[in-house]
Write a protein that binds this ligand. Structure first.
Ligand code: 9WN
Length: 421
């Protein structure tokens, strides 16, 4: 097939998933607006219609809470194809939403969008209108999720990490009680159960959702009593990178906001603290369960986000480069989301092994900037092969290359347009 045919398919996918200003990740399986999906999808829309691309982020900001949080899901309209929906979450202000966030990459995507924008007046007016809200969003992360100024924000739910059933959360999640009420999952109507999380995990995901509601979404109560609190290396690194990118945009477009100095200080705190998440034993960056104060010693691709963020020192980047090489060569396609030598590696199950192309893109950027082009090229080549062999799936089996999860997936289409094709 010709390159232009793939490009047209990717553009068509964005259009069929367009629900009037926001894009669903894929129809049926995910019928609402997801935070980090939308940020990536906005970048894809730049190749179709720049005005529509900025609209995607406007719709995300429309769901912003007064405290600055941009929710993980905005329930713009009803749907019975997804569970848990707005009734279970019982949250939201101007719009129904969840009560947690997701990896805060929107500022980084806006910087990428600014770099390729052709309509400069549109770019300038949209950034001027939207950047203050994004600054508020970052301030929310640092204020509510790091009240003790450690430099390392906490996540309260595996869904917040965007990497839901990563083995990194196994122990932290096992300590969360399970709901006892009956419920009906809808994801299994769309996807094979061996590609999705187990019931034992869903029982705990739902317990946490209930806990937030019973705590009236009060940040202090949740900080003190949440049975799941993890300093997620992925979120921390992506937040750091996005804060840098946000400050760059604010300077470039002369945005004034009284929180900007605060953000610069937060960057320094994170730089000072990041090596607390390095393990000498594994020679890798990990998340930390702050309830037990233990590192989650599983090796997942989230650890490479420190390279993407420019947070790892040259020495550690060298160690991570060697690690990435072995890791990339241990499955048929790269980069598996969990190291293939782990006994927890499952090449088809969601965040326990499969390949996610937006993650490949971010990790590739990190290695490219560190002059380790051979890894960046391998990730890109494998992404291209997966796309050509299997199509625009949500994620891919790391050994067979089979497309997994939802088909006609928005972030896969967006990354294809921006990076792969
Ligand atoms: C829960 C939409 C989202 C992604 C996440 C991915 C998956 C949801 C689910 O789908 O999570 O948020 O129900 O499985 O893990 O990263 O944003 O694509």
């Amino acid at each position: 097939m010709k390159l232009s045919t793939y490009q047209n398919t990717a553009k068509e996918i964005l259009k069929i998933n367009d629900f009037g200003g926001y894009t669903v990740p894929t129809k049926g399986l995910y019928p609402f607006q997801w935070n980090w999906d939308s940020a990536i999808t906005a970048l894809g829309w730049m190749y179709v219609d720049e005005k529509r691309a900025w609209k995607e982020i406007e719709m995300l900001i429309a769901g912003q809470w007064q405290n600055g949080m941009l929710p993980h899901i905005i329930f713009h309209q009803e749907s019975d194809t997804y569970f848990p929906g707005p009734d279970v979450w019982g949250a939201g202000e101007k719009l129904h939403s969840t009560s947690i966030s997701q990896p805060p990459i929107v500022a980084s995507m806006m910087l990428e969008m600014a770099a390729i924008a052709t309509d400069k007046p549109l770019l300038e007016s949209k950034l001027k209108a939207m950047l203050p809200a994004i600054v508020d969003y970052h301030l929310w992360w640092y204020r509510d999720r790091d009240p003790q100024n450690t430099g390392l924000v906490s996540s309260y739910h595996p869904w917040e990490s965007g990497m839901d059933n990563s083995p990194a959360w196994d122990d932290a999640l096992a300590a969360v009680p399970q709901v006892e009420w009956e419920y009906q999952r809808r994801d299994l109507n769309h996807v094979d159960s061996d590609q999705r999380p187990h019931k034992a995990q869903y029982d705990r995901y739902l317990y946490l959702v209930d806990f937030f509601k019973k705590s009236n979404f009060d940040p202090q109560i949740i900080y003190q009593n949440c049975p799941y609190k993890v300093q997620d290396i992925g979120i921390i690194a992506m937040l750091y990178k996005a804060t840098l990118d946000l400050l760059t945009l604010c300077q470039q477009f002369k945005i004034e906001h009284q929180g900007l100095d605060q953000l610069s200080k937060e960057l320094e705190l994170t730089e000072q603290a990041i090596d607390q998440l390095w393990s000498d034993e594994t020679q890798f960056y990990h998340s930390r369960n702050t309830i037990t104060n233990e590192l989650c010693l599983d090796q997942t691709s989230a650890g490479f986000m420190t390279v993407y963020a420019g947070l790892s020192s040259p020495e550690k980047t060298q160690i991570l480069t060697e690690c990435a090489q072995t890791w990339a060569n241990s499955s048929q396609y790269s980069l598996a989301s969990t190291i293939p030598s782990s006994e927890k590696y499952e090449p088809q199950r969601y965040w326990r092994g499969p390949i996610w192309l937006h993650i490949n893109w971010m990790i590739a950027q990190g290695f490219e900037k560190s002059n380790q082009n051979f890894i960046a090229e391998k990730l890109q080549q494998d992404a291209k092969a997966l796309l050509k062999e299997s199509g625009f799936f949500e994620y891919f089996h790391a050994d067979s290359g089979q497309g997994c999860g939802g088909d006609n997936f928005s972030w896969t289409a967006a990354i294809a347009l921006h990076w792969i094709l």
